[in-house]
Ligand binder design. Structure first.
Ligand code: MN3
Length: 223
């Protein structure tokens, strides 16, 4: 009997924590590994302060309506306007912040491993004409975003690759996004993502990004 109670307790506890709180992900590299393109001080602060704050604040908002933990974040993003009014803005900003950074970290890799795969190259040429044209358009979206936000490569419902940018922590899943789709590549253009190293030179940061893109992850998301 005691064993059964213990088993039930363990099952309940594990089941509960598994869907209870969002957590900061493990990074697949060290803070120093993206040097010199993204410096370790920026990585440290970006992950431990900014991403941690989005994560905590998302949990704070969702804990008011714990049943929302049972839904996928993407599903929540697609219907943000249906959320209870008191958490709508917080989930939009902090849920977006949590999810976007999770993806961003996975889309980065040490420079020695950053090699475009043939499958990605083919896909970019098919929809943009050339890799150079794709990069040019992506850089334009990243440098042209006024204030804080993100630049994205997305795959739309018809399977076509497109480049868009979103303000603040919005993302291409959200009902507010003018052009929607599945994120394939993401670049954080908030000042906190580059200011320590690049100061006001966002364009240099955007160029440096190409040296640390995890193209294998891009290929995985393309499928
Ligand atoms: Mn950020």
């Amino acid at each position: 009997m005691k064993k059964l109670q213990l088993l039930l307790l363990v099952t309940f506890t594990l089941g509960f924590t598994a869907q209870a709180q969002y957590k900061l992900p493990q990074l697949n590299y060290k803070y120093t590994d993206l040097e010199p393109y993204i410096d370790s001080a920026t990585m440290y602060v970006h992950y431990n302060n900014h991403h941690a704050a989005y994560t905590n604040n998302l949990n704070k908002a969702l804990s008011k309506y714990p049943e929302l933990y049972k839904k996928e974040l993407v599903e929540i993003f697609q219907h943000v306007e249906e959320l209870p009014a008191d958490i709508q803005t917080s989930v939009r900003n902090n849920g977006g912040g949590y999810y976007n950074h999770l993806l961003f970290w996975e889309l980065l890799t040490p420079p020695a491993k950053s090699k475009m795969t043939p499958a990605v190259e083919r896909a970019l040429i098919a929809d943009f004409g050339s890799v150079e044209k794709f990069k040019e358009e992506f850089e334009k979206a990243a440098t042209g975003r006024f204030g804080s936000g993100w630049a994205w490569l997305i795959k739309d419902a018809g399977g076509k690759l497109k480049i868009i940018s979103t303000p603040n922590q919005d993302n291409p899943w959200m009902s507010f996004a003018k052009t929607k789709g599945k994120p394939i590549l993401a670049l954080d253009v908030w000042e906190h993502a580059y200011y320590l190293k690049y100061q006001s030179k966002r364009a240099d940061y955007v160029k440096a990004f190409w040296s640390v893109v995890n193209w294998e992850k891009v290929e995985e998301l393309l499928k």
